[in-house]
Design a protein around this ligand. Structure first.
Ligand code: HC1
Ligand code: SF4
Length: 568
């Protein structure tokens, strides 16, 4: 252990601890902007400067390791003057339209200015009031809000291995931008939103579609239905003071009803349908010499990545639509029939942890008669905004259940929201179908956990199946290089673009860290364990849908509605 004092308070911490973490142990929050607990440390903003006795210069608390006998001061006049000066400089180069900023009241710069009692910059403004860049359905970039901390650059390069964002220019002219300042969607970007999740201000945000939803809810002629993704029920509570990983399914359904949605349905039901189709497709490829490895296709960031970066490997992608889009197709065909409502009057909304789902919903191939199957996608963050807008005391809401007939789902559908969940859900069905027996085994521990690439081998019905699961595109790239070269040892590969899967999606609440994701992961497995039906093919509502409407999985109407194609 290393012994030191911070503000004259003695403490001992393990060797290698940084001053910032040592201070946290004493309950001292050293201000910071470029530092993020899941990222490489760059010490760019210098806001975490502290005084250390014996050193002539201030040291960055985020990057400086403690040493024996160190005496740190975080609250001297020179430290405070430095921090105020840095914030003043940032403000002088910042478009301060806080009231209309999407990150109002959830912005690190605003929070720190309030903490340091800075109402306005004492320096003349040098902010170029550039327009917001709204060129795609998912992410909005506002350069006038950027504080050049580099967190987005590190998320894109280090986590996704994409590097669509970069620094350009020098010294005081430095900016964060794309190559040649092109619109994000025309670069290597796959609209995953990981940059928006770590941005401390409003420089990178999801495209806000809350007004569209409010308009639809106000229209008496419209029947507005909503589906909610598996991971939202374990992340929404974060915004309302609950512990990370709190399961808020019942309150969430009540809140959506109180917002005015006519029916509240479950994307997990769509996930069960995805398993029926994807499982059937995999067995068909396995038994009839189809293209292997087959790769999952439910994550829109991942699909866009294959289209943009590995278009020669598109035949490996499952043709099965994502649970969201499968749900949308059923909601615009089967649902109007059973509900007795004209499809033209139905508005389908989905609440997703993901910015790329907005892009997926806008794909013309995922609609019918010139209209999308999913009309509007909201991120978890936008749902939080709506709940706050109508003033609901979320934590005190009673619990209610999803509506029927598209609201009953299995435990397999629930775990889609975490890395490894789609594969585990698929295996529960594939194993039964391949062996012709109802297997006792439900848990596939090999598919669980936060490891970047997980592999396992299963002996089933006289066959050996080789499986791989990856999260983040940096990990996926390793598997894709094997696929491209024709040397992949796997039969079935699951990829989710975001770290942890959808529980770490780019549209999740600000403050989603890896530690928080691990709590959400446990919560999804808890939901799975609590459900009476844990295999997709045993979902009774799904069996009725196939019997009365879709026919056999992978054939006829099921194939026509629930499968899609990709663009090279
Ligand atoms: Fe996901 Fe999926 S799990 S992609 O992460 O397959 O977004 O939660 O809804 O569609 O079910 C997201 C989550 C989500 C789909 C499902
Ligand atoms: Fe990179 Fe994803 Fe942001 Fe695009 S959306 S810039 S891929 S982190």
């Amino acid at each position: 252990m290393v012994h030191l004092t911070i503000n004259n308070i003695p403490l001992a911490v393990p060797k290698g601890t940084k001053i910032m973490q040592a201070a946290q142990k004493l309950g001292i929050d050293i201000p910071h902007l470029c530092y993020h607990e899941d990222q490489r440390i760059k010490a760019r903003c210098r806001l975490c400067s502290v005084e250390v006795v014996g050193k002539r210069r201030l040291l960055a608390a985020c990057s400086t390791e403690v040493w024996e006998g160190m005496e740190v001061h975080t609250d001297t006049q020179i430290v405070r003057d430095t921090q105020v000066a840095i914030l003043q400089l940032m403000l002088a180069n910042h478009h301060k339209d806080c009231l209309s900023c999407p990150r109002n009241q959830n912005c690190d710069l605003q929070r720190l200015c309030s903490r340091f009692n800075i109402q306005h910059s004492s320096l003349p403004s040098v902010c170029k009031e550039e327009p917001r860049i709204v060129t795609n359905p998912a992410i909005v970039r506002d350069p006038s809000k950027c504080i050049r901390c580099g967190r987005c650059i590190r998320a894109c390069k280090d986590v996704q291995g994409i590097a669509a964002l970069t620094y350009a220019g020098r010294s005081s002219d430095i900016v964060v931008t794309t190559a040649y300042n092109k619109p994000m969607e025309t670069t290597d970007c796959i609209l995953c939103g990981q940059c928006s999740l770590v941005c401390p201000t409003g420089a990178l945000v999801e495209k806000d579609d809350t007004e569209k939803v409010l308009d639809a809810l106000q229209d008496p002629k419209k029947h507005v239905i909503v589906q909610v993704a598996p991971s939202v029920r374990v992340s929404l509570g974060d915004a309302f003071g609950m512990e990370p990983g709190a399961i808020v399914t019942g309150q969430m359904v009540t809140a959506l009803h109180l917002l005015g949605f006519d029916k509240v349905f479950d994307t997990n039901f769509g996930a069960d349908l995805t398993i029926m189709e994807e499982g059937t497709e995999f067995l068909d490829r396995l038994q009839h010499g189809g293209v292997l490895p087959m790769m999952t296709s439910c994550c829109p960031g991942w699909v866009y990545y294959v289209e943009k970066h590995y278009s020669d490997c598109l035949p490996h992608l499952s043709s099965t639509k994502s649970p969201m889009s499968i749900f949308g197709a059923v909601a615009k065909t089967y649902y109007p029939k059973v509900a007795g409502i004209d499809v033209k009057d139905i508005v389908t909304v989905s609440v997703m942890p993901c910015t790329a789902k907005k892009f997926e919903a806008a794909r013309p191939e995922l609609g019918r008669d010139g209209r999308p199957d999913v009309d509007i996608v909201l991120t978890t963050r936008e749902l939080i905004k709506l709940i706050k807008y109508v003033g609901l005391s979320f934590g005190q809401l009673p619990e209610t259940e999803f509506d029927s007939p598209l609201g009953t789902a299995s435990g397999a559908g629930a775990i889609f929201g975490t890395t490894g969940g789609v594969m585990e859900a698929a295996l529960r069905t594939v194993c039964d179908k391949l062996t012709g027996k109802t297997l006792e085994r439900l848990d596939f521990q090999e598919a669980r956990g936060f490891k970047g690439i997980k592999e396992c081998t299963l002996e089933l019905g006289g066959r050996t199946l080789h499986i791989a699961i990856a999260h983040t595109l940096k990990n996926a790239e390793i598997l894709m290089e094997q696929v491209r070269k024709g040397i992949s040892p796997y039969d079935f590969i699951e990829v989710m673009a975001c770290p942890g899967g959808c529980i770490g999606g780019g549209g999740q609440p600000i403050g989603t860290t890896n530690a928080v994701k691990k709590k959400r992961m446990q919560a999804l497995y808890e939901i799975d364990r609590s459900l009476p039906v844990r295999k997709s093919h045993e979902n009774p509502e799904l069996q009725v849908l196939y019997r009365d409407f879709l026919g056999e999985p992978g054939e006829g109407k099921a194939h026509e509605l629930l499968h899609t194609g990709y663009r090279a």
